[in-house]
Unconditional design. Structure first.
Length: 269
């Protein structure tokens, strides 16, 4: 893997769970970090934890709510001075409820964060770094981004978007001869704060609700496997909980004769 000296790995949703452990895992590899989430105290605790073991690293903290689109653009703009080589869109949350009864304010915020913020940050990163050797974009989807789960239809639909968007972007980058690689990680049940937020409860007993699950540290290790691989998808099987690396899962109409023909813009003509 070709890396620029002093480059930074950006991780959103780093204040807990998979994002927190992923930051620690990349730090163990000697990587400078930009960690972002809403909770300043948690991010500062993460920074202190990392620097206690890796004092030579730089850990940049950005406390921001990425469900607010203005903050999304401001966050990316605030990183212009830092050379980046990896961007991990991990920020997101879920919801368990029927479509008829789901809290629409919560759903609105979920879609802003899980779909809109991820799309904007991915697009900005690709625009600036797609032709730089060794760069990677990893978007966190879910096994629910490949399977529709009862009482989580809207959440799954949002994660289907993340999966198809990232797989399509991976194909687009490859066809363009870009140096960046786009990848998607699809966890199954993982012991994080996800269950509390998704169920609107103060405590969530994963062992009782799911029976089988992974820890955040295990998922961070799976993410590193995906990072080190040449594959596009790293997914946990929802039934066996085995982790597998594979190519894109969705059909891609790259060679269809029914695709829209390329149209030159006025600037090109």
């Amino acid at each position: 893997m070709v890396q620029k000296k002093g480059a930074y790995t950006v991780i959103t949703g780093a204040s807990s769970g998979i994002g927190y452990e992923t930051a620690r895992a990349f730090a163990a590899r000697g990587r400078n970090l930009v960690v972002a989430a809403r909770r300043q105290d948690n991010l500062e605790a993460l920074k202190k934890d990392i620097l206690s073991n890796n004092p030579e690293l730089d850990v940049v903290v950005r406390a921001t709510d990425l469900s607010v689109m203005e903050n999304v653009y401001q966050f990316y703009e605030s990183l212009k001075e830092y050379p980046l080589d990896t961007w991990i869109n991990n920020a997101g949350f879920g919801n368990y409820d029927s479509v008829a009864h789901q809290d629409l304010r919560k759903i609105e915020s979920m879609l802003h964060l899980n779909v809109e913020a991820l799309t904007i940050l991915s697009s900005l990163f690709v625009r600036d770094y797609k032709d730089i050797e060794g760069t990677q974009l990893i978007n966190i989807s879910s096994c629910g981004g490949y399977t529709i789960v009862p009482t989580a239809v809207t959440y799954c639909a949002a994660k289907f978007y993340v999966s198809t968007f990232t797989e399509g972007l991976a194909r687009e980058l490859e066809e363009a001869g870009a140096k960046m690689r786009a990848k998607v990680l699809a966890p199954a049940a993982t012991k994080t704060e996800f269950g509390k937020v998704a169920n609107n409860v103060c405590e969530c007993d994963y062992d009782r609700l799911f029976g089988t699950c992974h820890t955040s540290r295990q998922m961070a290790a799976f993410l590193l496997e995906l990072y080190d691989s040449d594959q596009v998808v790293g997914a946990v099987d929802r039934e066996t909980f085995e982790f597998r690396l594979c190519g894109p899962r969705f059909d891609y109409a790259g060679n269809s004769r029914h695709n829209q023909k390329a149209v030159k813009s006025q600037a090109e003509s």
